[in-house]
Design a protein around this ligand. Sequence first.
Ligand SMILES: [Zn+2]
Length: 493
Amino acid sequence: MKQHLENLISFQIEKNVIEKRDYIYIKNQLYSLLNLTVDNELKPQKITSPAEALEPILDKLVETKGINDSIVERDLFDSKIMNVFAKLPSDLEKKFYTLREEDAKKATSFLYDYLINLNYIRMDRIKNNKHFIKDSKYGTLEITINLSKPEKDPKDIAKALKQKSSAYPTCVLCKENEGFAGNYNRDSRNQHRLIEFPLLAEKWYFQYSPYIYYNEHAIVLSEKHTPMKISEKTFARLLALVDYFAGYFFGSNADLPIVGGSILTHDHYQGGNYSFPIEKAEPLFKTTIADLTIELLNWPLSTVRLKSKNQTMVLIYANKIFSAWKNYTNEKLNIIAKTADTPHNTVTILSRKKGLEYELDLILRNNRTTEEYPLGIFHPHEDKWHLKKENIGLIEAAGLAILPGRLKVELEEVKQHLLNKKALSENNKHFVWANSFKNQATKTNVDELIERQLVVAFEEILEDCGVFKLNKEGLAAFKDFLEGSIKDEKNNH
Ligand SMILES: [Zn+2]
């Protein structure tokens, strides 16, 4: 164990997480945490990630009954070890802002690497994800099978049930998570750090996601635990964010259930240093108003793109289109704005800046359900639930599917079925899907074929979610809606 600690300390000095000057202090802290007596004679060995040292340390702790052998207890403990290396939030913030004075990108890159080296961003698990990119009708689409979050074992689940539930922190996004030790119900946030920053005269916080889905996957959150609500302010904030965090896109999930993200109770946006497939979508229709370009995109979800160097013009027209959409009904297309007083229409939003030009994508969403579509008319339809039943949030709407980890095992079974090695039972949820392309399968193409069929299914899932279908009737209605929304002065408030 002592050798691995030595390796870990040496790694953190090499990565500039701590300075050489801190060596003795850090070593004493770690030895005390692990109930060890200090040994002076160890020479460090080179490691390439914190996990390389942490795993054997945790194994040893399990062996000596320091912790129970469960993924939850291991995670709760390794974050305690790593927090010994972490700066206080105020010190980290100072470092961030010092770098930011030189270059905004330098500050975010530093923070990202720092949190990887602290094992807050768990790269060793993230690299288990299966990711691939394929062509589709709409340009490329991307798929990630999410294998980064380990499944809790039954013992942990039983302990979680016994854990006294607490209202602190109020939710997983609240700022009170910074340094929170965690428990059987809540992941540890010992070495979690936030960067406070001003957003249109309000206090907001910037952080990275511990399980990133794409490069530099960031989250910004409101100081207050207030619900997601899309308004004029949302557009203004998303455009201010792309100015403040250079090189990053930002996006907001929709603010209604079914079409929204998983957390609607705390106002937050996602961002990152990543270019989603939607960014490359071509316009099917284009119009200009002064220095503003408005495009209707060739994208399965109905998307309007506003482009201009003039931020005010983007804001004015985003509001016009959003206001018009909130009240838009087209019964022929099954789009109904409200049931009694319950609204159904909302938007998923993405913002980016290219050179001096702002881009804002408004993805029109509707969350109405019917007897035929109990989970939503504009939600993945039942024939794709075997692959994805969850909400289509902003990451997916932008062309990156996050598919559940269960598929790893299930797709292996599909593969065996396709190769006539072990047939799927007729009750298997993938049976119909697998048979629809079974005749194309050969020993050499089977993996590629499954990936291609997953992309086809994802394309159809996104089409299910599109409110205006890209057929003649749908496109004509979409164009009418768009032209009406930008002309109608009644919408201008
Ligand atoms: Zn909260």
